[in-house]
Each structure stands twice: as C-alpha cells, then as structure tokens.
Design a protein around this ligand. Structure first.
Ligand code: PHE
Ligand code: ZN
Length: 870
C-alpha cells in the first residue's frame, strides 16, 4: 500500500529535471497465474548527459523483486520508498529484473489486478512501478514488446498495446501471445488484458486509406450491449479526421470493458480499458444520459490518441495539457452529436457544481498545479473541466481557422514528444501571430474570477456603457492575484426584443476582451437603452455579477437567442429568489419574473424541449451554497423547497400540459428532439411531484412501472422516492427484482435510495451498506451508495447531528488501506467544512480530524485531510 509513517514529501513543478537515464526498448514477459504472476523485464537503458554513476528506477514500496541483473550480473541495489538505486557507470546497460505480483490481492486497482477474473492493468499516472522496476515518468518513452503467457481455458484472450505478432500453444494447457508497439510510449500508457472475454468487431478506413480493425471486448453476457460503443468509436474516428485532421495510425484498436475500475476509462495506446459504465448500453437498461456518457467517454479516450499519446505530458504538472484539451475536444464532439445548447448547459453545470467549490476551497489549484503530494489527487474538475474552458477561450480568441492552424502546428511540431502546457500555447501563438503572453496566467492562477458588469445609459448621447471589473479572491499559497484575459461575448437587445447592430456593418455580437482590472466599453448610436446579454455561451469560466433588474433577466430568460444565456438568466432569477427567501426579503421580484419566463418557455413548443427541461432544473442547495457565507443546510433546503413548491403550484396547469404533450407514443429514437422530449417529460413530472396529489402520484407510478425507456422510468421513480410516496417502496422492489444481477442497473437502484431528499436517507444508506449486493471492492457500487449520498444528497448528508459525516468517515477509514485513490475522492464533500455554520462545521471538522489521526494513512487521504484542516 501507499502507507506512510512520516509526513510524505511534496513534489514541486520547479524541481523538474530531465531524466538522467532513458529506456531505449522494453521487453516484458508476463507469466500469469492465479496465485502469483511473474514479470520478467529486459530494459535497454541509455545514459543521458546529466546521468551519473547511479541508475534510479521506480519500484512500488511493496514490489517483490526476485532478481535484478545488470549486463547479465546479479547486482545489489539500495532501496527506499519508491526508488531503487543501481550502480551503473556505463552509457548503455541491459537491466533485467524478475518481479512477483499477486494480482488477485490488488484491491487498489492500480498496476496489475483482477476484475471478475480478468487480468487487467491501470498504469496512469504511476501504476507501472507496481508491475516492474522502471523509469516511470512520462518523459521516458520506449518501444515495448510484450509476451503474455496464461492458461488457455480461463484466459483465451491475451491483449497488449500495438500489434499482435506471434501466438501459440504451450505445455500444461497454457498459451502465449506477443504484442509489439513500435512507437515509443510512456509507461503510463502500457496495458495488458488477459481473460475469458467476448468481443464485437468492426472496421474503419482512415482518410489515409488504412483499414483499422476495431474490437470491443466484454464479459460474454454483455455482448449485446456493445453496439452503441462501436458506433460512437467510428463517429469519433471520423470526427477527429474532419475537425482536427487527425487519423489513427495503428492496424488495430482494442477496447476492453471491466467492472472494477477507479475512474471512467483509460487511453492506453491501442488498448483502451474502460469502466463498464462507459461501454455497455442498451434500450432496456440505459438512460439517455448513459448513452451520452458512453458516447462522450469513448470519444474522449479515442481523442487522447493524439492529444495525450502521440503528444504527451513532460511531467504530471502538465496533466491539463492532455486532459483539458481532450475534454474540450469531447465536449465539441458531443455538441455536434446531440445538440450544442443542452451540451453547453450541462458542461457549465458540471463546472459550477464540481469545479467552483474546489476553486473556492482548501485544495484550490491552478489548472497547471505547482505542487502535489499524491498525483492521483490531481485528476480534478480544475485540471479537466476548467482546463477545457481555458482551451475554449483560446479557440474564441484565435477564431476557428487560426485555432486549427495552431493545433495542426502543435501536433506536427510535438509528435512523439513529451511536452508542456507552454508548448501548447506556443504553437497557437506561433501559428496565429496573436500574442498570448498575458493569457498564460490562466495556467498558473487558481480561483474563480469574479466579473462585475455595471451598465449606464446616456440618453442625450445615445451611448450605452458597460464597465467590466475583475477580481480573484486569494487561494491557498496565492495571496495576490493578477488580472486575467477574459473574453466576454456580448450582444445587446433593443426594446422590441431584437438584437441591435453594434456598428455600421451591422455586427450583432462582439467579444469584449478584459485584460485589465477594469475597463469601459462604449456602444454608440443606439435607439434606446438596451438589455445586454453578456458572457454569451459562457465565454469564460468566471462568476458574473450583473446589475440587471428582474424584468431584464426575465426578458433574457424568455427571449435570448443564445440558449446558454437564456437558461442562465432563469438560473440567476432563481438564485435571487432563493437569496430573498434566505434573507427574509418580502419584496422579491425575482420569483414572479421567473414564473413568467418559465411559463413562456414551457408553453412555446418551438423552444427546444431539452432547453425547456434544463430551465426547469433550478439551482440546488450546493449551487446556492456558493453564494452564502455561513452555510446552514436546513435554511438552504427550506429556500429550495419554497422555490420548488411555488413553481409546482403556480405552473401546475402548464406543467401538466407539457407533461402530456411529451408523451408522443412514437417509436423510441435517440435524436436530440426525442431526448429533449423525454427530458422534459421527466422534468415536468418531477416538478409536479413536488406537491403530489393522487392524480400526479398515479402518473408517476404508471410511468415508473410501464414507461418504454429507462430515462422515463428512472425519472418517475426518482420523483416517487423524493416525495416519499407509498408507491416508492413497491416500485423499487419491482425494479430490483427485474434487474437483479445486472450490476450497472443495481448501481442505479442504490443511488436512487442514497439520494432520497430527506435526512432519513441516512437510515436507508446504513441498511444498504449491509445489503448482500453491497461491496467496498467495487468502485461503481461504492460511488452509487456512499459517493452519491455524500456528494449528491445535500439534505440527507448534511444532518445537524453530524451522523452523515460520521458514516462517510467510517467508510473512508475502512477503504484507505484498500483503495486510497477512491477513498480520497469520496472525502471531497468534507473539504468544504469552513464554509458551513455551526454545528455542521464542527461535526465535519471532527470527522476530518478523526481520519487524520489514523496511523499509516495513505498519501492520497493524508494530502486531502491535511490540506482541508490546514
Ligand atoms: N486518463 C484518464 C482519462 O481522463 C483518466 C484516468 C486517470 C484513468 C487515472 C485512470 C487513472 O481519460
Ligand atoms: Zn482524459
């Protein structure tokens, strides 16, 4: 395990040094067996100029090294923590090691482990050192040849990166396969899979005429659920050719779905390994969100082939180089598949819900962090989602043509290399001729900037002025913040509700670039005072404070032709209404304005139904908490209840009409319009069920039992559970009986109950921890019960008696030595303790302190608790 006796060391970005040695070629032989596996490695190592007389290899603390030979001679070495030091006073050496692994006992799911009997690996970021001693850093890249030997009956399928070059039978019912990956790669992209798997096969012909064999492997029982993943893969390959000019260069592309996986998926070269959650889909069990999740993650991992694998990161501080860029790419791909408006809204919602709290909390860090204790803790919403927003801003500043020229230059210039975030910006700057010096501050500065807009109108001069001011609050280690370059996409609406021309050429939309603490922008010759629509499409990851009155926001929420801003205007009105309730202000104008805008949007069938559904999803307590100083969960919940009840009561008639109009009885389709209709059917039903009566409850029960899609059934069941309707329990039982044995669907059954919107959810969570289907060993199950409870059940988790926190801490303490990476992530909600009022604050702190006191805490959890308490 990653246990530590003393405080673990902090790794700093400015300590980066090029590697003293590099690996010229890696040849590995895996002898896979049930009890113990041996790995024989032959590493051709070369000394770089900076190299001394000692070779440093990484080896996990508990790695059992049976032998180590240098140029054929068994050699003594020193070992401490994660490094071994081998005397090596030559420019070239052959290092041969033999290690013994126990994959069946590997519960951390890093390195080589078993998932439902299948041998599989996870090496990013530092898992390869749990397999064999190596120079385990991304800037050491080598061609790999891998021989796998295993029992033929239990492991008919043997896979690694690159191309299969040899296979055959061995004695004792065993067989072997040899894989060769001639392109030098970092060790974190190594992968191996061996097991009894089925697969589906298809082909893709690249724009260069290369015929690529595509295979997706899974448990044989799941072979009927792979079509959507295969379609998504082919679409992704085509999209990357069309939009970025990037083609696939190997002959085979393999994907394997495994049930036990710490994250979503992994982009190992030519052999992606996926959490089953992001591969399997079928009409019976998958919601529209599940389908979109599969499509998006398949695309994400495929896109890494260029943004990550062929051009990789020099060191782990550069993680956003591949992740931010690849998330941006998959977001654009998804927008092209099923509707840009709803895609943008959901991407921004994710940013606000997950990244904003992080950026305002004790582990706030820039998208390119300056230091870490455990790199596994830095696969964060900041590195991923904020990183994607930074790339999106670069795209906006350069425009599509120059951005494409820039990415072309980035890929060709750096192909086959391990590079930095600066290299990425350099390529965009060199190709476009646009100076990006100041823009680079986004990479180094943490915290969400606050952007204030003050507007004024000069009637006599017919001038409209927008004054933009930015400021960023201090974050840990960064007391002083510099101004950032903030692109603010802007349009103005006239009193007739039409867009105003901003200049003589009739431009309707412009980008105001704020690169100072504050600046004024003046629009001339306007007919009357306009209503501004600022930050359209959410053009920068900031928190905008607008001096618009409720009537102007209601106008935007009912009419803005920028769908994101239309949605966001409704969110702003809802937040004002929630604030008014919290502070007891009776003269609130926001709530009536919101009702008007929602009524208009719902009842206009020409408005994208998906957008209407998104507008019905009002801000929750977690979002509201960002705007509140001393978070008192019960007060926030009361405000949200009041808002929901008002909407449910005042819009009951239109909600019911809309609900009925979305039941079209057409054959099930997965185009944007059908998905939007189902989303609105669910959202309207859920809003109706805030004030349940017999009729509404009957609708929900029928839908939960009989609706043709999982989206509708789950949505209705959610409404029954939240309303604590008598039908909830029998329908949940029926759901369980129907789907018993299907892990991903039983995950949904756990999550539905864990997120029941009431404090008593705790009791049910406790019961479910003892359910025979619950296990700490499967991350998906753990996330669906404990993760969902702590992160997505604000009312159920933040109990005034602190028992929700205690339950989470119990689980984290139990999990810490088994799977530190997942344990540390589960802790997330407790990081926010300083933002809460008493007694919640003290209860949260007490549990963090309790965890901190555990001896031999993993590096992962140590870093999270110590930073939270600092
Ligand atoms: N690199 C993976 C992705 O984003 C995420 C991952 C990180 C998976 C660490 C496993 C372990 O696509
Ligand atoms: Zn990724």
């Amino acid at each position: 395990m990653d246990a530590v006796a003393t405080a673990p060391r902090t790794i700093r970005r400015d300590e980066y040094r090029p590697p003293a040695h590099t690996v010229r070629r890696a040849t590995l032989t895996f002898d896979l067996r049930d009890e113990a596996t041996t790995v024989a490695a032959r590493l051709r190592i070369a000394r770089n100029e900076s190299g001394q007389g000692v070779l440093h290899l990484h080896a996990a603390t508990d790695l059992e090294i049976l032998s180590l030979r240098v140029d054929g001679v068994e050699t003594a070495y020193e070992r401490d923590e994660e490094t071994i030091r081998v005397p090596a006073d030559k420019d070239e050496l052959l290092v041969e090691t033999v290690t013994r692994l126990r994959p069946a006992q590997n519960t951390a799911l890093e390195g080589l482990y078993r998932s439902s009997g299948v041998f599989c690996t996870q090496c990013e970021p530092e898992g390869f050192r749990k397999i064999t001693p190596y120079i385990d850093r991304p800037d050491v890249m080598a061609p790999f040849t891998v021989r796998i030997e295993a029992d033929r009956a239990s492991c008919p399928v043997l896979l690694s990166n690159g191309n299969p070059i040899e296979s055959g039978d061995l004695e004792d019912g065993r067989h072997f396969a040899v894989w060769d990956d001639p392109f030098p790669k970092s060790a974190y992209l190594f992968a191996l899979v061996a097991g009894d798997l089925g697969w589906v096969e298809d082909h893709f012909t690249t724009m260069h005429g290369r015929e690529v064999t595509l295979r997706i492997h899974a448990d044989r029982r799941d072979l009927g659920k792979l079509d959507h993943a295969m379609e998504s893969l082919k679409k992704s390959m085509k999209w990357d050719e069309d939009v970025y000019g990037r083609a696939y260069e190997h002959d085979v592309f393999n994907i394997v779905a495994v049930a036990d996986f710490n994250m979503g998926a992994m982009e190992n070269t030519g052999l992606n390994i996926f959490n089953t959650k992001y591969v399997l889909a079928d009409k019976e069990i998958s919601t529209d969100l599940d389908y979109q999740g599969v499509e998006g993650v398949i695309a994400h991992e495929y896109f890494h082939n260029w943004s990550g694998n062929r051009v990789t990161c020099r060191d782990w501080f550069q993680l956003s180089l591949k992740e931010g860029f690849t998330v941006y790419r998959d977001q654009c791909f998804s927008a092209d598949q099923s509707g840009a408006a709803v895609q943008r809204i959901s991407d921004v919602e994710t940013l606000r819900r997950a990244q904003f709290p992080e950026d305002a909390g004790p582990t706030a860090h820039p998208i390119r962090p300056d230091s870490y204790i455990e790199i596994n803790n830095f696969y964060t919403p900041t590195v991923y989602e904020k990183g994607a927003e930074v790339v999106r801003m670069l795209q906006a500043l350069l425009g599509p043509e120059k951005f494409r020229k820039g990415t072309d230059l980035y890929f060709t210039r750096n192909d086959g290399n391990a590079v930095t975030c600066d290299d990425f910006v350099d390529a965009l700057q060199d190709a476009s001729g646009i100076d990006l010096t100041d823009f680079r501050r986004w990479y180094g500065q943490a915290g969400t900037p606050r952007l204030t807009a003050r507007t004024s109108w000069d009637e006599a001069a017919r001038q409209f002025e927008i004054e933009l001011t930015q400021s960023t609050a201090p974050t840990p280690g960064q007391p002083n913040k510099e101004p950032l370059v903030i692109p603010v996409r802007t349009a103005l609406f006239g009193t007739d509700g039409k867009l105003l021309a901003l200049d003589a050429q009739g431009t309707l939309e412009t980008v105001l670039t704020l690169d100072q603490p504050s600046a004024r922008f003046v629009f001339e010759n306007l007919p009357s005072r306009p209503i501004p629509s600022l930050l359209r499409g959410y053009s920068a990851p900031v928190r905008l404070e607008l001096d618009l009155d409720a009537a102007s926001l209601a106008f935007l929420a009912g009419h803005d032709n920028d769908p994101f801003n239309r949605w966001d205007a409704a969110q702003q009105l809802a937040l004002r209404a929630l604030q008014a309730h919290l502070t007891g202000r009776a003269d609130d104008r926001a709530l009536p304005a919101l009702l008007v805008a929602l009524r208009l949007t719902l009842s206009d069938p020409n408005v994208d139904r998906g957008l209407a559904a998104a507008m019905l999803e009002l801000p929750d307590e977690a979002t509201l908490a960002l705007d509140v100083d001393q978070v008192a969960p019960d007060a926030l919940a009361a405000a949200v209840d009041h808002l929901h009840e008002t909407v449910s009561r005042e819009l009951g008639d239109v909600l019911l009409d809309v609900y009925k109009s979305c039941d079209t009885n057409e054959p099930i389709a997965f185009d944007a319009a059908s998905i939007g209709r189902r989303a609105l059917r669910v959202a309207s039903l859920q809003m109706l069920m805030v004030l349940p009566d017999e009729h509404r409850t009957a609708l929900a029960e029928t839908q939960a039992r009989d609706a043709p899609t999982m989206t509708e059934r789950m949505g209705a069941l959610r409404a029954l559970v939240d309303a604590d309707a008598p039908a909830a329990a029998p329908v949940l039982d029926a759901f369980y009986t129907r789907h018993h044995g299907d892990a991903l669907t039983i995950d949904k059954w756990f999550a539905l109950q864990a997120t029941a919107r009431r404090p008593e959810a705790l009791t049910r969570v406790r019961e479910l921890l003892d359910h025979p289907d619950f296990t700490l060993g499967n991350p998906n199950r753990l996330r669906s019960l404990v993760g969902a409870y702590a992160a997505s059940n604000f009312v159920g988790f933040h109990r005034a008696d602190g028992e929700g926190y205690r339950l989470l801490a119990d689980i984290v303490l139990d999990l810490d030595s088994r799977n530190p990476q997942v344990a540390s992530r589960l802790l997330g909600p407790l990081k926010q303790w300083r933002r809460f009022a008493e007694p919640w604050r003290e209860h949260m702190r007490a549990q963090l302190t309790r965890i901190a006191a555990k001896p031999d805490l993993s590096r992962d959890v140590y870093e999270t608790v110590s930073k939270s308490l600092a």
